[in-house]
Design a protein around this ligand. Structure first.
Ligand code: ADP
Ligand code: MG
Length: 695
């Protein structure tokens, strides 16, 4: 019967080819499955009846019960309107129709009770309801309770597919679909988590028997959705663990030497814990696939280096990949110092590495003359070959596409261990659903002695004060970033903002050297500007978001963000993370217009209130929804039909636990209890094409 839901909607009674085409186009509804999963987006409570004497124009949609006591009309032709006087004994209200008047007149009766549903308005001092929904009152109309409201579009409404019509279609579909709705969860789970059956849930999500049944239907369907997403991730992880062996890196002589003699500071407890977790992975004989989450400035780089040493200590090579050239360059310089002390060989490979240098690097890598390499995406190109690549660390990236990961895996007979370090913390619920196939480590502690960054929100009129403050900081020996938004690196308009800003800052600070940095400069020019700032030759760096991630200049203590309202939260947090990296008190100043959208206001307030990246990520998730969170677009956030990762944390956890237990006990879903699950999983893989079409 699985085929039933793949039936095309034109075969449903009441949907002809034309309506079907509109539903395809407007709502991406192609099949019975698509239609039945077009759940209501809200419900109207039809159990309450208002007295007309209680009705005022500020009420939302309401229901009243009474009789028509008179009809009249006004205007002519196109402007014609029809009014009905409607009374329930407590008062009189006017019902108005502007169009379809003829039909109304002919179908309405006086002397019988109607239920009227609509939004009260005020017109000429009188309360009326325009184009109300009317139905003859019958005792049983009332216990219908909650009515579904479906999203639709203007085009669909013109084709007579308003919410009511869709409800009628759903009713028809449900009736014929009932026998084909199969349970997807094992009885044991349904009992343990007190879930509705699939059939009950489908019925009640469209036509709730009661508010409680609606809640339970929602919970059941959310649970199911989140359960299968996580189950599939666990299955992938399981499969990988079975199929991919990993090199074992147990020896740590260099690591010990580094730790004893060259480590510039004590690791935080969180850093130590994470190093241990990774070391355990590297000794396990399985390929590591780990995500390292840590707030900006929590010290991920040193952890990365220590892990690279584990590979090198066992005769393998290591690679560190950064998202930008500036960052790759910075890592290269930072790690070069350590490498020299330990007598290790390394190279830098980016898009702008000269052809003749490339040749040497490629050869040395392949012959094993280089212990490790730092670079950008250039590292994953096919012509980059290693003698024995043991570990790849991907810095400041939420997630690396599956295809890209696969490319890396092929670089060695035994696939390299992979550590992905995030740019910004990810809310837990999102991490679970998105990265369930990875192991996760968290650095939840900043190095000691850091002073929390002070963040302020200011307006243009405060600019003179701002310049005064910058000057004072520079006089104390500090440096300042001023960042302008540049949403698309190619937007000339934004570049103009940057240039104007640069001009006015030059005029205000004629006595100090400034630098400027943006994505359209040549790599050499960027490098030159960055170097001058790192060395402290320039005191102010006017820049676009090219410095957003990773850049580490501990002497910089002020981050000014212009047009801060145009940045997303995680971006603001990343930018702020460029300061507060040394022992001095640091400041982040968010400059904005007076006119702010509600969301911008929340973003700026959140920044002022907290320095905690995990908290910020939660707010971001609530504001934007998971699909828009930084870095998640390309990484395939599951396209959820009913669950909401920002609201349903409890269900995410329950479903995760359930999925984990099942895979632990029965990894291939062979047992009889799990046959429902297996059938569902198989139908997913068959329909994966459909899934991608929907998303
Ligand atoms: P992120 O996690 O943002 O990549 P970095 O690795 O760039 O952070 O580290 C930020 C700064 O903190 C660097 O200057 C680094 O040298 C320093 N740092 C890292 N770990 C420690 C530590 N345990 N104690 C003191 N300073 C540290
Ligand atoms: Mg970093």
């Amino acid at each position: 019967m699985a085929g039933f839901f793949e039936t095309r909607i034109e075969f449903l009674k009441g949907i002809g080819p034309q309506k079907a085409a509109s539903l395809n186009k407007e709502l991406s509804i192609f099949t019975y499955a698509d239609l039945i999963q077009h759940y209501p987006f809200r419900y109207e409570d039809r159990s309450k009846i208002y007295k007309i004497s209680e009705v005022h124009e500020e009420l939302p949609y309401i229901q009243i019960k009474g009789r028509i006591t008179g009809m009249s009309s006004a205007g002519t032709l196109a402007k014609k309107r029809i009014m009905a006087e409607f009374s329930d004994g407590t008062g009189i209200i006017e019902l108005v129709w502007f169009q379809g008047a003829k039909w109304v007149v002919s179908s309405l009766k006086t002397g019988v009770d109607y239920l009227v549903y609509g939004k009260p308005n005020i017109f000429n001092g009188k309360i009326n309801i325009a184009h109300p929904e009317m139905e003859l009152f019958m005792e049983k109309s009332l216990d219908k309770g909650l009515h579904p409201v479906y999203s639709t579009t203007e085009n669909l409404k013109r084709k007579h597919l308003d919410s009511r019509a869709i409800a009628a279609l759903q009713e028809k579909l449900l009736e014929i679909a009932m026998p084909s709705i199969q349970e997807t969860l094992p009885t044991e789970l349904i009992t343990r988590y007190k879930l509705l059956s699939k059939k009950e849930a489908m019925k009640n999500i469209h036509f709730p028997g009661s508010p409680r049944l609606l809640d339970e239907a929602k919970r059941r369907l959310k649970f199911e959705e989140l359960f299968f997403i996580q189950l599939r991730l666990f299955m992938q992880k399981q499969m990988r663990k079975e199929n991919f062996k990993g090199q074992i890196f147990r020896n740590i002589p260099l690591l010990n030497e580094f730790y004893k003699n060259h480590l510039p500071f004590d690791l935080t407890d969180a850093q130590k814990r994470v190093v241990r977790e990774i070391y355990k992975d590297l000794c396990s004989g399985k390929q590591m696939n780990r995500l390292l989450q840590g707030d900006v400035g929590s010290g991920k780089t040193i952890v990365a280096f220590v892990c690279m040493l584990m590979a090198i200590d066992n005769g393998a090579q290591a690679a560190l990949m950064a998202p930008t050239e500036i960052l790759a360059d910075q890592h290269f310089k930072g790690l070069k110092e350590f490498a020299d002390k330990l007598g290790l060989t390394m190279a830098l490979l980016t898009g702008s590495t000269k052809q003749k240098d490339r040749k040497v690097i490629f050869k040395d890598l392949e012959e094993g003359k280089l212990n490790f390499i730092v670079g950008t995406h250039a590292l994953i190109e096919d012509n980059v070959k290693f003698k024995n690549l043991g570990i790849v660390i991907i810095d400041e990236q939420h997630r690396f596409g599956v295809a890209q990961r696969a490319k890396l895996w092929k670089k060695n007979v035994i696939p390299p261990h992979i550590l992905v370090m995030t740019a910004t913390p990810i809310p837990r619920t999102l991490a679970m659903t998105l990265y369930g196939d990875l192991d996760i480590s968290v650095i939840d502690e900043l190095p000691k002695g850091r002073k929390p960054i002070k963040t302020m929100h200011q307006f243009d009129k405060d600019r003179i004060k701002l310049f005064g403050f910058m000057r004072k900081q520079i006089e104390e020996g500090r440096q300042v970033y001023v960042v302008y938004p540049l949403i698309e690196e190619s937007e000339t308009l934004d570049l103009k903002d940057l240039m104007d800003g640069y001009e006015s800052i030059s005029r205000a600070f004629p006595d100090y050297a400034l630098g400027i940095l943006h994505g359209r400069m040549t790599p050499d020019a960027k490098d030159y500007e960055m170097k001058r700032f790192v060395k402290g030759e320039t005191k102010i760096l006017v820049s676009t978001t090219v410095i957003e991630v990773g850049v580490n200049v501990p002497n910089a203590s002020v981050m000014v963000i212009e047009n801060a309202e145009r940045f997303g939260l995680s971006q603001l947090h990343q930018l702020r993370g460029r300061v507060g990296r040394g022992s001095d008190q640091s400041y982040c100043i968010l400059m904005s217009n007076y006119k702010l959208s509600r969301d911008s206001k929340v973003r700026l307030e959140t920044m002022v209130k907290t320095n905690n990246g995990f908290e910020i990520a939660d707010v971001d998730l609530k504001l934007r929804g998971p699909g828009d969170l930084a870095g998640t677009q390309q990484s395939g956030v599951p396209n959820l039909i009913i669950a909401d990762l920002s609201q349903d944390a409890v269900i995410v956890k329950e479903a995760r636990k359930a999925a984990e237990e099942i895979i632990d006990k029965d990894p291939n879903l062979d047992s009889d209890e799990n046959r429902n699950i297996k059938r569902q999983i198989n139908s997913f893989s068959k329909n994966d094409l459909n899934w991608s079409r929907i998303s």
